[in-house]
Design a protein around this ligand. Structure first.
Ligand code: ADP
Ligand code: F6P
Length: 324
């Protein structure tokens, strides 16, 4: 165990994600089991800069593994993006005797972690975002719960859409990432999946496809729209006018970010939180925990941030064949 690690801090940053509580719990309990002190930093970097820091013990994380959201609250913090804010954050860690910080969040939060590591505070990132858009990892905390929540909501919309023989445009989260949309598109048997990564939105083609499918006897047309594509309400108005078929838009929204995490999110988040503490104890810093090719691994943060990830081409091509 690294001699210089006696107290670790843990924070959640950026958008919350179901399973973050399981990760916090794992960090706290693993650290305590290893004889370390743990401090919870409330409201991400914003709370760090405000010195909103609390001692944590085993019971601080009781009764949270099954809860969505994050017990430590989360925030977006502009000040942390300035060198002055980063200097101050590192000084506060040192003032509070925090030798290492576990940062649970997305790529933006890892950028913040990198700046702390550069100022001598050991940091480990744990990937937490419902968007699945962190390139170094095949799993991010919250995606599994969010995609299942969206899938169940879309099934319900489909029931009423079919009964009325309507077109439904259903907007899922993901301003810049289409993973929730692609997975729901496949899992819900959607006719169209609109993805921000493809940049190929073609309304005329969508309308032609709807009319062709209607002729072939289809009773509903489910269009899954990732948040980044454009207004689902205006799209619905235009498509209704062009097809003469009643069209409704549904925005699932923040329901996707909340709720009790799935077993996968609880277990993987626990493993990642525990691994982050193990890495700090092994004297590592500026690393991010990942799940790659069926294994929990870790990468240098710079290396992780430089990686690129594309939507799986096989999932894309097969989904378009299945939606006929
Ligand atoms: P996520 O972590 O989910 O990607 P954001 O991109 O909103 O979410 O980032 C969360 C927070 O991380 C920001 O509000 C900011 O405090 C910090 N952050 C983001 N980018 C940087 C950066 N380049 N340098 C330092 N801190 C950053
Ligand atoms: O990154 C998670 C996410 O829910 C995205 O899918 C979405 O685009 C964004 O956050 C919404 O953020 P806000 O918290 O500002 O509503």
């Amino acid at each position: 165990m690294a001699e210089n690690i006696k107290t670790i801090g843990v924070l959640t940053s950026g958008g919350d994600a179901p399973g973050m509580n399981a990760a916090i719990r794992a960090v706290v309990r693993t650290a305590l089991a290893d004889g370390l002190n743990v401090k919870g930093i409330n409201r991400g970097y914003s709370g760090l800069l405000d010195e909103d820091i609390v001692e944590m013990n085993a019971s601080s994380v009781s009764d949270i593994i099954q809860r969505g959201g994050t017990k430590l609250y989360t925030a977006r913090c502009k000040e942390m993006m300035t060198p002055e804010g980063q200097d101050k954050a590192a000084e506060i860690c040192k003032k509070h005797g925090i030798d290492g910080v576990v940062v649970i969040g997305g790529d933006g939060s890892f950028q913040g972690a990198r700046t702390l590591a550069a100022r001598g505070v050991n940091t480990i990132g744990v990937p937490g975002t419902i968007d699945l858009d962190i390139s170094c990892t095949d799993y991010t905390i919250g995606f599994d719960t969010a995609v299942n929540t969206a899938m169940e909501a879309i099934d319900k919309v489909r029931d009423t859409s079919t009964s009325h023989e309507r077109i439904s445009i259903i907007e899922v989260m993901g301003r810049r990432a289409g993973y929730i949309a692609l997975w729901c598109g496949i899992a819900n048997g959607a006719e169209e999946i609109l993805l921000p990564e493809l940049d190929n939105y073609d309304e005329k083609k969508i309308i032609a496809n709807i009319l062709e499918r209607k002729k072939a006897g289809k009773k509903h047309h489910i269009i899954i729209n990732a948040e980044g594509i454009g207004s689902s309400y205006r799209m619905a108005d235009r498509i209704e006018a062009a097809t003469d078929i009643e069209t409704r838009a549904t925005i699932i929204g923040h329901i996707q970010r909340g709720g009790s995490p799935t077993a996968k999110d609880r277990v993987y988040a626990s493993a990642m939180g525990a691994m982050a503490v193990d890495l700090l104890c092994a004297g590592k810093s500026n690393r991010v925990v990942a799940y790659k090719h069926g294994e929990f691994v870790d990468f240098d943060i710079e290396e992780a941030l430089a990686m690129k990830k594309n939507l799986d081409p096989f999932l894309l091509s097969m989904s378009s064949k299945l939606s006929r």
